[in-house]
Design a protein around this ligand. Structure first.
Ligand code: FAD
Ligand code: FES
Length: 368
């Protein structure tokens, strides 16, 4: 008779959805970066794919507000999870988290979701590239690979402003000192106000630097996360050197203020130009069943934009089809949805869409 020495895990695990969690610990990582650790009331296993994120649902001054944050911990330590947040100058949520979220506070999170994860793209040679707080998904991946004794070769190149801004520096040094196939390279941008001595690379990541640090970079599966100009520079190097971009994966946390401003100006210019050539015959009717209101929009406008025109507030966080915050049901009509993994096939089957990235294909009635 076959003996079975395995017990099934009976502890519950979370799945993509809304979860109440309690902040159990906060850790000041650098001057403007703090980690927040969360657990459930009852033991719960937080499994997820390293690199995925959650969306926090917060009440700030009576206003419900959502923001997405990568899970920086690893599912190899599954009874809790953490996020690591950088204060954004003038930012509503990041500053509120730093100033007001304390141990013992309860809040709701949505997720985990995200295509930018290590499990969906297995490879035995990896290159992790991060800038600033963009290190969070790569840290989760590194912690996972380290804890699970994965047999992979990792080159990790992180760019920070100055030595004192290197997030998780001591933990990275510890992990990378124990495995010969894990190599860490830290670049500090700041030459003047360094604060600590720094014998390593300085400035911005350039092609010669990349070639020195990871000479075989063209053979690696690449995961990149950082500010948009940083990621654009990397993509430029890769494309110029004939890298097969199907092995390049990136996560953008959102537009930096300057880009936001440029985007707003661009949108205003586009709107002005478009206003002159609106084809009224092409406009489509979007009705919101909950309020009975409707509006006519161009086919290239989103359902979320249509709601905003009517003053209807569909919650929105990432604005790029990854976090699932703006999900609504469709009562009739069809949309073209250009999402990035923030919705499951089951939800699509059940008639849900992500309003931030869905454009009408005809008249639509939305269940909102
Ligand atoms: C998938 C994903 C994962 C993420 N993971 C992380 C993470 O691990 N860690 C992390 O710190 N962040 C992460 N982010 C970013 C995070 O969601 C927030 O965007 C960030 O914390 C800033 O939010 P905020 O509310 O503080 O700033 P906001 O109030 O949203 O403002 C952001 C910045 O833009 C400026 N700004 C806002 N609107 C305008 C405008 N119209 N014109 C000009 N400037 C403007 C503000 O002054 C501020 O500097 C992630 C984002 C995504 C989408
Ligand atoms: S706001 Fe994140 S998917 Fe639409």
């Amino acid at each position: 008779m076959a003996m079975n020495f395995l017990n099934p895990v009976t502890t519950q695990t979370w799945t993509n959805g809304r979860h109440l969690v309690r902040c159990v610990k906060t850790i000041q990582e650098t001057a403007d970066v703090r980690t927040f650790c969360f657990m459930a009331e009852q033991p719960l296993l937080y499994f997820f794919k390293p690199g995925q994120f959650v969306t926090l649902e917060l009440d700030i001054g009576g206003e419900q507000i959502m923001r997405s944050y990568t899970i920086s911990s690893s599912p190899s330590i599954p009874y809790s999870f953490s996020i690591t947040v950088k204060r954004m100058p003038g930012g509503k949520v990041s500053n509120w988290l730093h100033d007001s979220l304390k141990e013992g506070d309860e809040l709701a999170v949505h997720g985990p979701v995200g295509n930018f994860n290590i499990m969906d793209f297995p490879a035995d040679k990896l290159l992790f590239l991060s800038g600033g707080v963009g290190i969070t998904p790569l840290m989760s991946m590194t912690r996972w690979l380290f804890d699970t004794n994965a047999s992979v070769d990792v080159e990790f190149i992180h760019s920070a402003r100055a030595p004192r801004d290197v997030i998780y520096h001591r933990e990275l040094i510890h992990m990378f000192s124990r495995l010969p196939e894990f190599k860490l390279h830290v670049i500090c941008e700041n030459k003047d106000d360094i604060g600590e001595t720094w014998a390593g690379y300085r400035g911005y990541l350039t092609q010669p630097m990349l070639e020195l640090m990871a000479p075989d970079y063209l053979e690696r599966e690449i995961f990149c996360c950082g500010p948009a100009p940083y990621m654009n520079a990397i993509k430029h190097i890769l494309r110029n050197n004939g890298f097969d971009m199907s092995h390049y994966h990136e996560e953008l946390f959102g537009a930096t203020p300057l880009e936001v401003r440029e985007e707003v100006l661009e949108l205003a210019e586009q709107a002005e130009a478009a206003a002159e050539e609106i084809d009224y015959a092409e406009m489509l009717s979007i009705e919101f069943a909950g309020s009975g209101k409707s509006v006519r929009i161009q086919p290239d406008e989103t359902i979320h934009a249509a709601a905003a025109k009517l003053g209807l507030h569909i919650p929105k966080a990432c604005g790029m089809g990854i976090c699932g915050t703006c999900r609504v049901g469709i009562k009739s009509g069809e949309v073209e949805m250009d999402h990035n993994g923030g919705i499951t096939d089951d939800d699509i089957e059940a008639g849900y869409i992500l309003s931030c990235c869905s454009r009408p294909k005809g008249n639509v009635v939305v269940d909102f």
